[in-house]
Design a protein around this ligand. Structure first.
Ligand code: NA7
Length: 553
């Protein structure tokens, strides 16, 4: 079965097309969802706001953007052939390689013909009589779909802080999360970077040698530790191929979707010397293993956390020449793991370059943007380019901007006014046939792993309904209440990130402070999915709509 072909400009003249499954967003989750739905025989269509595939990995194309999960653990595992034929160049791939990979996947599985680019969803409304969704697109066209799957991601809506005069700046401005396709020329330019989260700390070392001057505006220092990247050698490539089944097994059973082995010791079981040796090993370990393979009580015991923080502080002091700058770069008000830790490559070293300057906004806050630069409490500095590395409206940002309305015209933003309510981060009551894998509430860790679990579960639901001759799927309120209460309960427990992290929406003024992931993690997600399957989908109301289902459903 094929889906209708769409050519820009022709759609309005065609009768409204029906598809079984409409997927929004050509990121890593959406591509997999499209593939699975198409393979199951549904007619499919994907809408993508950008003009290429990749989602987060399309928009975040700033210099230095790269994975901080190991490439082969972030990539798809559904096809052994795909895994074997794609040789990642680095353990933590850079954005261009990631974008190439996702394009390769789309072409290899012949998915591109189902994707319409430059097509932003402006509204999606559920029609109770027909059990279908009507989706309006930014180009004025309209589609009807039985199932609407928003694979719009958690980090897809850039956040610009409300700095007075932001529009007044006459130089070039870029947000890391909306980086232009045409390369930005930094050579000889006076550049400001605002924000030192994962994006800011990647872009800073990547442009430092090109710019005439670089001023970093830091509000809060972060616990940055080395990514420890490197090329994947031919021997490692062969090993990865040989280990495919074992890698899948480890990834698919691990709590956070990494290959890293957890540590079975607490920090003070080791002597001070042993701890020092262990922390050195952690410092040299790849990416997230500083969190996943560190002492088992790192996020539970304050003293254990403080010991690690002291170790990292010493490292920062060793690397950064100017003691005053080093002190500004050491977090003082939060512990390691309270916020999502960035992993870096040459970040602290960048502050030893004479034309790099660090402005602490704690000491001298931004007053306003001017025509020529940035004014803080200490005065104005002029720039040619300002880079906003100021983060995202995490978790619910994209879903809140899609004009989604369910039963009786209920707006999703109203339904979720106090924060998201979901079952398994997959569905919410009052919005039948609407799914959002890769959105809020699923798990935490290596995103593609649990987003993939959710896509598989969406497909379980669709196929189950089809087997029953049904076409309408809606989660029961009791299941949603229970899952949401569980998410809230776990929100303040280790290994949850703290309430100051953007995982609580705390970076967006006025946003409800609700945990937007699921800190009980994948084990809880798996357990609940298993229960649903064993109980014959008790958590869902599965029915038949008045209007006959389209062919695939
Ligand atoms: P983050 O991690 O949310 O970082 C945003 C940065 O912007 C952070 O340093 C913020 O400081 C800073 N920020 C936010 N608002 C302001 C204002 N008003 N003034 C100055 N500085 C501000 O976003 P990233 O893009 O770096 O990373 C997001 C995710 O992408 C990351 O976790 C990975 O999953 C990939 P703050 O710390 O809030 O004081």
């Amino acid at each position: 079965m094929t889906s209708p072909e769409f050519a820009p400009g022709q759609i309005a003249a065609q009768p409204t097309p029906d598809v079984d499954v409409l997927v929004v967003g050509a990121g890593i989750t959406g591509i997999y969802q499209l593939y699975r739905a198409r393979e199951a025989g549904y007619s499919v269509q994907m809408l993508e706001a950008g003009d290429g595939v990749g989602g987060t990995w399309y928009w975040n194309r700033y210099p230095g953007a790269r994975f901080d999960s190991e490439s082969y653990t972030y990539a798809y595992l559904f096809s052994k052939e795909l895994f074997e034929e794609w040789e990642w160049q680095e353990h933590f791939a850079e954005q261009p390689e990631i974008e190439r990979y996702l394009n390769h996947v789309v072409d290899r599985f012949d998915l591109r013909r189902h994707i319409r680019f430059d097509a932003r969803v402006v509204s999606a409304e559920y029609d109770e009589a027909s059990g279908r969704w009507t989706i309006k697109v930014s180009d004025g066209t309209e589609l009807r779909a039985r199932y609407l799957v928003a694979a719009t991601g958690v980090l897809s809506v850039p956040y610009y802080p409300d700095v007075p005069g932001r529009e007044d700046f006459r130089g070039e401005s870029y947000h890391t999360g909306r980086w232009p396709v045409a390369p930005v020329d930094f050579s000889g330019k006076r550049v400001a970077v605002i924000g030192t989260g994962s994006s800011g700390v990647q872009v800073i070392p990547a442009i430092v040698s090109e710019v005439a001057s670089l001023t970093v505006y830091q509000r809060t220092a972060n616990w940055c530790t080395p990514l420890n990247n490197g090329p994947i050698t031919p021997t490692e490539q062969a090993q990865l191929r040989a280990d495919f089944e074992a890698i899948c097994e480890t990834l698919n059973t691990s709590a956070s979707g990494f290959l890293h082995q957890p540590c079975d010791r607490t920090a003070f079981e080791d002597s001070q010397d042993e701890r020092r040796v262990f922390f050195e090993k952690m410092w040299r370990s790849p990416g997230f293993s500083k969190l996943t393979s560190n002492y088992s009580d790192l996020l539970i015991d304050e003293a254990a956390n403080a010991a690690w923080c002291e170790f990292v502080s010493e490292k920062i002091r060793e690397v950064v020449d100017d003691p005053e700058t080093a002190e500004k770069l050491i977090p003082k008000e939060h512990r390691f793991g309270e916020k999502r830790p960035p992993f870096v490559n040459g970040y602290f070293e960048a502050y030893n370059v004479p034309h790099v300057d660090l402005v602490s906004l704690e000491q001298t806050p931004i007053v306003r943007m001017t025509e020529h630069g940035i004014e803080t409490a200490a005065g104005e500095r002029e720039f040619d380019i300002v880079v906003w590395a100021t983060g995202f409206d995490f978790g619910t940002g994209a879903l809140a901007r899609m004009g989604i309305r369910g039963r009786g015209g209920l707006a999703l933003v109203d339904h979720w006014a106090d924060g998201p309510k979901t079952f398994l981060g997959v569905q919410t009551t009052e919005f039948p046939n609407f799914f959002f894998p890769g959105g809020p509430h699923a798990a935490a860790g290596n995103n593609p792993r649990y987003n993939g679990d959710q896509v598989d579960f969406v497909m379980d639901l669709l196929l189950h309904a089809r087997a029953l001759g049904c076409d309408t799927i809606e989660v029961e309120r009791a299941a949603e209440d229970k899952w949401t209460a569980m998410v809230d309960r776990w929100a303040t427990r280790a290994p949850s990130f703290g309430e100051i992290s953007y995982y609580f929406g705390s970076n967006i003024p006025g946003k409800p402070r609700k945990y937007l992931l699921n800190s009980a993690g994948r084990p809880k997600l798996f357990a609940e999915i298993r229960k649903v399957l064993e109980s014959d989908y008790e958590a869902f109301r599965i029915s038949r709509s008045a209007e006959p289902a389209p062919t695939g459903a």
